[in-house]
Ligand binder design. Structure first.
Ligand SMILES: [Zn+2]
Length: 130
């Protein structure tokens, strides 16, 4: 599949069951763009989650934490609208061993990405409510 925003390759993943209710779309999976980090829903995600580190080294090796962080990327564009959802998903990612703010800092430092959102600005905003 390719990204609807920038045309780059995407990786499909299964939305963790506990997080589905926080996402704006209720489909079971989503795809993450390997270049701009846009997330779009998909109907038939793979059984096995991808290695999110093929997208960026900013992702932790734990794919459950990776999937939670990818869900977070689906929400950051609308930080104000989804504030409660972002808090819930970020908390879930942290219980799975991810460091959310460190993840965003590392995304900002990854030159192979061209994120569709202003990562540094979003990181500063996230800092205020995590
Ligand atoms: Zn893209």
């Amino acid at each position: 599949m390719s990204c609807q925003r920038c045309g780059a390759e995407t990786v499909a993943f299964r939305v963790p069951e506990a997080l589905g209710e926080y996402l704006p779309d209720d489909r079971p999976g989503a795809e993450l763009c390997t270049r701009c980090l846009a997330v779009a829903p998909v109907d038939d995600p793979p059984e096995e989650n991808p290695d999110f580190r093929t997208v960026s080294d900013a992702f932790p090796p734990n794919e459950e934490a990776g999937a939670a962080l990818a869900c977070l990327l689906a929400l950051v564009e609308s930080l104000v609208l989804y504030r409660a959802e972002i808090e819930a998903v970020a908390t879930d990612a942290e219980t799975r061993g991810a460091d959310v703010l460190l993840f965003f800092e590392r995304l900002a430092a990854d030159d192979s990405l061209e994120p569709f959102f202003d990562v540094e600005r979003r990181t500063r905003q996230l800092e205020q409510f995590l």
